[in-house]
Design a protein around this ligand. Structure first.
Ligand code: SF4
Length: 361
């Protein structure tokens, strides 16, 4: 319900509130469409977007409709490659991260967070070590895209690919993630290509099937990390709830609905999931599915000193063997190693810094 009081401005992503405001101000719908286009599609600044309204309405509109849900707290630009880590703060002081990835091809990707913290508790992940703090709202997820695009505009770049691979398990925040996706791909919203949008999950079978039915063209990635149940559960404690057979049945259904490749994310951890039996189990598990396997190097996190990444040579040999079995495999390299680009690392570091500063006072 749109608020009639001026106490709390409504979000620009709240269509009902914006429409109520438009009627109250007697604005031409066309002017409002132009404002939204300027802000959401053309990377316009807030001031540029407001210029689309008649001068007399701008102050009233800006007082009741807010363009942003998050405050950019800090920005870290990698000196090694094209990654920028954006550290955002919510109104109630929680920190979350998005990462801009400037890929060598000239394309730009944005990795967004769907939660602050995460309940999946993956052994290798700094966010998982934080536990779950809170799910983000759709406007908070969308604002990561708006602000990244505003930052990129002076570089002549635009977010092309959006990946839900930041903090959080998207299917632990399904309603907000679905709302976000609807607004991203809507021609009246961001007009983002669904094919350039990807949601990554640790594998919640029923949520994966529901997602595929609702968004048949949006890509799905599964963080598999092992096709051996006991090892997978060690790496992803949440996986104990979903056995691999159930997950495979869900993958079959997703593939049948989506008719496109499913990304399989496989973080390569030395001595844990990179042996010949791991490769054989992986090849067996995926047989018959349209998949694209991504072998991911591991960025060491402070929270998991016991884990080490597989060497480049061993990653390549693992990938070559899978290719020999007929799979499409990409051996990824890591962007942003010097800006703590692995999800949650920067937030943990900043939280420690804030806590240390508070303790020193
Ligand atoms: S890797 Fe993803 S799912 Fe696992 S704990 Fe981290 S944020 Fe959650």
């Amino acid at each position: 319900m749109p608020s009639e009081s001026a106490a709390m401005p409504s979000s620009i992503h709240d269509a009902a509130a914006v429409e109520a405001m438009r009627k109250r101000l007697g604005l031409d719908p066309h002017r409002l469409r132009r404002l939204r286009t300027r802000l959401l599609k053309l990377q316009g600044s807030d001031e540029e977007a407001l210029q689309e309204l008649p001068a007399a309405a701008r102050d009233a509109f800006a007082a009741e409709i807010r363009f942003h849900e998050l405050t950019l707290d800090q920005r870290f630009d990698s000196q090694l490659d094209g990654a920028s880590k954006l550290l955002f703060r919510t109104d109630d002081g929680l920190l979350l991260e998005s990462v801009i990835l400037r890929v060598a091809t000239g394309r730009t990707a944005l990795c967004v967070s769907s939660q602050v913290g995460c309940a999946a508790n993956c052994d290798f992940c700094a966010t998982g070590k934080m536990g779950i703090a809170r799910s983000l709202s759709a406007p908070q997820i969308l604002d990561q895209v708006v602000q990244a695009n505003q930052l990129l505009k002076p570089e002549g770049r635009k977010v092309r690919n959006i990946v839900f691979m930041g903090m959080g398990e998207p299917f632990h925040n399904t309603a907000a993630v679905h709302e976000t996706l609807e607004k991203l791909v809507s021609p009246h919203g961001f007009d983002q290509s669904p094919r350039r949008t990807l949601v990554s999950t640790v594998g919640l079978p029923s949520a994966m099937i529901a997602f595929a039915r609702k968004f048949p063209k949006v890509n799905l990635a599964l963080s598999l990390h092992s096709a051996i149940q006991s090892r997978r559960t060690e790496i992803i404690p949440l996986a104990a709830k979903f056995d691999l057979k159930e997950l495979r049945a869900a993958l079959d259904q997703v593939a049948a609905v989506q008719q496109q490749s499913i990304m399989i994310e496989y973080l390569m951890l030395r001595g844990i999931n990179d042996g010949p039996e791991d490769r054989a189990a992986l090849a067996d598990y995926l047989r018959g599915l349209p998949v694209h396997i991504n072998l991911i190097p591991y960025n060491r996190v402070d929270a998991a000193p016991h884990l080490e990444g597989t060497s480049k040579e061993d990653r390549e040999a693992f990938g070559a063997a899978l290719r020999g079995e007929g799979y499409t495999v990409t051996i990824r390299y890591s962007l942003g190693a010097d800006v703590d680009a692995a999800c949650g690392q920067l937030v943990r570091r900043e939280n420690r810094r804030i806590a240390a500063a508070a303790a020193a006072q």
